[in-house]
Design a protein around this ligand. Structure first.
Ligand SMILES: C[S@@+](CC[C@H](N)C(=O)[O-])C[C@H]1O[C@@H](n2cnc3c(N)ncnc32)[C@H](O)[C@@H]1O
Length: 417
């Protein structure tokens, strides 16, 4: 049996164990008319259903939460996250989970860069990284050989770290005479409120790709914010260009909470606490608190996927694909096996002599033990059950821009499909 078969089976087992990927949609299906009606209410700033109880917030959150919404809380959280070096990151409890998510992003980005290249071979590729954070994807853009990158994020400290990473990457590249690095511009902004095009060095620029990794859900605090986020994603994207990303799967979130019969679920790695009634989740403003092992600890918002797709249409974006992380992995694992190994996205089980396992929960490697017993393998690569339970919360999405943006005389873009 090949290594890839081993890995696949191990992950399969992990997934079955975690009992999360077979979860059926739990959000009551809203009728198309209802969703249309909601997305048509142009700029009503109100939350569509319940208001989040203030009492659910921590003191720091309370101080920071103003009438402007939760953006400041989110920015504060990401700004105060320590920048850890490679060595420090590799000691983290979630090192493999992070690597696996980076692998997912790498595979998604390279798939759509290839598609863009395939249709227009010599065209310089221009990308917007919407919510770029500390620039965790800079190296992916370098590998993709793009021409220009716009990096935008609400967290100014993260954006400074992104600048530093880019500078370091450029120096390294010059030293090794590896050729040109793409040009870059940075835009500190709340992408759910600001119109990014007005801040571009060249507002007439045409983007080939917009990437929004683990960010879009912050905009579902309200309809106007989600609309502004879509406008930023779509306005400068040329027809045939792609809008790609990753975010939590709301069906999964609701299903797990219902299964637990409480508004809180998780494990030793992560915890999700919902601030709304799981039987009547709002289309916007469905706040929950997400905590992940010292990396994320802030409010997020539920993204009702049919609403997300309906809203996207208003901005000329047509859904091309939605895939849970597991299904994405299944589809591309063969092409990505080398990268999966190189990036240490899975952990060796049993661990090599002298090393220990990252997972500490009692049954974290039960699936791996069972697999080894049944197959007689000596060692396999896997994620711990706790990590898989966190990872399987997420999905990937891909939209294609099907209609060019046109502008009315007052500068308002129109792109309905
Ligand atoms: C989980 S991090 C992901 C960062 C990066 N995309 C990555 O994959 O490494 C989420 C990022 O979204 C950014 N973000 C959250 N709300 C935002 C908003 N309203 N406007 C711009 N960025 C936002 C945060 O500051 C943070 O950098």
């Amino acid at each position: 049996m090949s290594d890839s078969d081993d890995l696949e089976s191990a992950l399969l087992l992990a997934a079955a164990e975690s009992d999360s990927r077979n979860i059926q949609p739990e959000i009551e299906e809203k009728t198309e008319e209802f969703i249309e009606e909601v997305v048509e209410q142009k700029s009503s700033p109100k939350t569509l259903k319940r208001k989040t109880p203030e009492t659910a917030e921590e003191p720091s959150t309370k101080l920071l939460h103003s009438n402007e919404g939760f953006a400041k809380v989110v920015a504060y959280h990401y700004n105060q996250l320590e920048e850890k070096g490679q060595a420090e990151r590799s000691k983290s409890r979630i090192v493999h989970l992070r690597n696996f998510h980076n692998w997912i992003k790498s595979m998604l980005i390279s798939e759509f860069i290839s598609k863009i290249r395939g249709s227009k071979y010599n065209e310089p590729i221009r990308v917007l990284d919407l919510g770029c954070g500390k620039g965790g994807d800079l190296f992916k853009w370098q590998k993709a050989n793009i021409k220009h990158l716009i990096c935008s994020d609400i967290a100014e400290v993260s954006l400074e770290q992104c600048k530093q990473r880019y500078t370091d990457m450029k120096h390294r590249n010059n030293r090794n005479r590896n050729g040109d690095v793409f040009s870059i511009e940075y835009i500190p902004a709340d992408c759910t409120k600001a119109r990014l095009r007005e801040k571009y060095n060249d507002p007439s620029l045409r983007l080939n790709l917009v990437s929004c990794q683990f960010v879009f859900h912050y905009s579902f605090e309200s309809l106007p914010q989600a609309e502004r986020m879509f406008m930023n994603a779509a306005e400068c994207l040329q027809p045939g260009g792609y809008f790609i990303g990753t975010m939590p799967d709301s069906n999964d979130i609701i299903a797990r909470a219902k299964k637990n019969n409480t508004r809180t679920f998780g494990n030793d790695l992560f915890e999700v606490s919902l601030d709304f009634d799981t039987n009547d989740p709002p289309l916007f403003g469905g706040k929950y608190h997400f905590q992940l092992d010292g990396v994320v600890d802030c409010p997020e918002f539920l993204v009702h996927f049919p609403t997300f797709v309906e809203l996207a249409k208003k901005y000329g974006l047509k859904l091309e694909r939605k895939e849970k992380f597991y299904d994405f992995y299944e589809r591309v694992k063969e092409d990505g096996m080398q990268l999966l190994t190189n990036t240490r996205s899975f952990e060796a089980y049993p661990p090599p002599e002298g090393s220990s396992l990252v997972g500490t929960a009692k049954d974290d490697y039960y699936h791996a033990d069972e697999y080894l017993k049944s197959k007689g393998n000596v060692q396999i690569g896997t994620l711990s059950k706790s990590e898989w339970e966190a990872s399987s919360l997420y999905l990937t999405f891909v939209f294609v821009k099907v209609k060019p943006t046109s502008w009315k005389s007052d500068g308002t873009p129109t792109y309905d499909i």
